[in-house]
Design a protein around this ligand. Structure first.
Ligand code: NAD
Ligand code: MG
Length: 308
């Protein structure tokens, strides 16, 4: 075989060399670590990859106006960076305690020459959810893509340790907030717009210590399937992303036990946790015009284990 054709065989379509997914990122064991909730991605060890240095856009979402909840860190941050690099203006919501993470994301969006709107606040209140959408629409000059991504996950070994207050907290964040935000956003969404929800493999394969959280993720999956049917005739697509173990601050702020954190992602066929950056292209694809026949779908990213 000639050297030239070897190069062609061994390159991906964008010209970058093949990457072995088992060796692409750090693997367990990880060191024990906890942070007070909601935590900061920048304080994790190792720091997650949200695509800050790696995501390359190609104008797939030029001029789109996006609102992402939980856009300061983790999966939402990776989506925010990717959307900005694809040419979209982006508003992010997060909690006031997460300002340092949010500031970094805002800077990265601005660096792409896109509008970056920071809207801190607690989505457990309906009034704030309405205000959030209003401010995003005002700041962006409209809305085309809504990403319901914020989430609350706390590990409890037994239902007996799970208080009504904790249960309610999880339900309010993961189920009520997407309901309130979507309701407020809908009047602004034109045909061609997209709603994307971050669900989880927990929706179909719940862990014993995530009793409340897993139920909310099953609800998120059902949200996608039902809402897609409701909004299909209006030309608005609704899809979900179902991650497996992803290296984010949610896991080290009560989301997982320390035993789980130390071996995080080891049980997957790829032998490591996913990085938020590895999900970014899914959020882009689901929002892009060329995914026009995909609605009501759940797209998995779980390193080979779990079902969406
Ligand atoms: P993350 O902690 O980086 O992001 C979650 C975000 O939710 C926080 O940054 C915070 O801004 C937001 N949030 C939580 N409560 C809020 C509230 N009351 N008001 C406003 N914002 C609030 O962690 P992540 O893992 O990137 O989580 C993003 C989504 O991914 C969540 O829905 C989570 O359930 C889902 N998910 C994560 C994993 C994983 O392994 N990390 C796996 C499956 C699904
Ligand atoms: Mg955060």
């Amino acid at each position: 075989m000639k050297e030239e054709s070897k190069i062609v065989t061994n390159t991906a379509t964008n010209g970058s060399p093949l990457e072995d997914p088992t060796k692409k990122y750090f693997k367990p064991p990880f060191k024990e670590q906890t942070q007070p909730w909601p935590g900061l991605a920048s304080k994790m060890s190792p720091v997650p990859d949200h695509g800050e240095k790696s995501y390359v856009g190609s104008g797939r979402l030029t001029g789109r106006k996006v609102l992402i909840t939980g856009g300061d860190s983790g999966i939402g941050r990776a989506a925010a960076i990717a959307y900005a690099r694809e040419g979209a203006d982006v508003a992010i919501n997060y909690l006031p305690e997460e300002e340092p993470d949010a500031k970094e994301v805002i800077e990265l969006i601005k660096k792409e020459g896109r509008k970056a709107i920071a809207i801190p606040g607690d989505i457990r209140a309906e009034e704030f959810c309405e205000k959030l959408v209003k401010e995003a629409v005002k700041g962006l000059g409209g809305l085309d893509i809504l990403v319901n991504n914020a989430g609350r996950q706390q590990s409890h070994q037994s239902i007996l340790e799970l208080s009504t207050e904790q249960f309610d907290w999880t339900m309010k964040t993961n189920i009520y907030a997407p309901f309130w935000i979507t309701k407020a956003a809908l009047p602004h969404l034109k045909p061609g717009s997209s709603i994307i929800v971050t669900t989880s493999v927990q929706a179909t394969d719940p862990s014993p210590d995530l009793f409340d959280y897993a139920q909310t993720k099953a609800a998120n999956t059902s949200f996608v399937r039902s809402m897609a049917k409701q909004l299909g005739p209006k030309g608005i697509r609704v899809n979900g992303v179902s991650p497996g173990p992803i290296w984010t601050v949610l896991q080290v702020t009560g989301g997982s036990t320390q035993e789980k954190v130390k071996q995080f992602g080891k049980e997957t066929p790829l032998g490591r946790p996913g990085q938020p950056a590895e999900l970014a292209s899914i959020y882009v694809q689901l929002a892009a015009n060329d995914a026009s026949y995909s609605t009501g779908q759940i797209y998995g990213a779980a390193g080979g284990s779990g079902q969406p």
